[in-house]
Design a binder for this molecule. Structure first.
Ligand SMILES: [Ca+2]
Ligand SMILES: [Ca+2]
Length: 127
């Protein structure tokens, strides 16, 4: 994953690779099957990487200068669970206002709005 930091005046610097995972060559990510997004899932103010994989959701916590190891944080919302990049919407947003990004999904064929209150501490203890 590449990041280009902004200078605050609309000018961006050079790109930096902050993590090797979350790519086709490192982890087998496939853009037609696996959606990737950024959100602050643990409420520390740093954006984290979130990837919807074949059988689970991966998160790599952001540090401001890089990312930690990939964590498996959620079963479901994944390809095996019927979620398709070209059909279903998956978003990250703080739905319940607790400061932690939640997983929000829309499966059009079911006409049902699904969401998971992403309670980070419940998944990961006292990180
Ligand atoms: Ca974070
Ligand atoms: Ca939340």
């Amino acid at each position: 994953m590449l990041v280009v930091y902004g200078n605050g005046d609309g000018i961006f610097g050079g790109s930096q690779q902050l993590i090797l995972q979350f790519s086709t060559n490192n982890g087998g990510w496939n853009a037609t099957r696996h959606e990737r997004d950024v959100a602050d899932v643990n409420g520390d103010g740093f954006l984290d990487l979130v990837g919807f994989r074949e059988n689970h959701v991966n998160v790599a916590l952001g540090t401001g200068t890089g990312f930690g190891d990939l964590l498996v944080t959620q079963n479901g919302f994944d390809y095996a669970g019927g979620w398709r990049v070209d059909v279903h919407e998956r978003k990250l947003a703080d739905v319940n206002g607790d400061g932690f990004a939640d997983l929000v999904g829309l499966k059009a064929f079911r006409r049902k709005f699904e969401s998971v209150w992403f309670t980070w501490r419940a998944f990961c203890g006292s990180l």
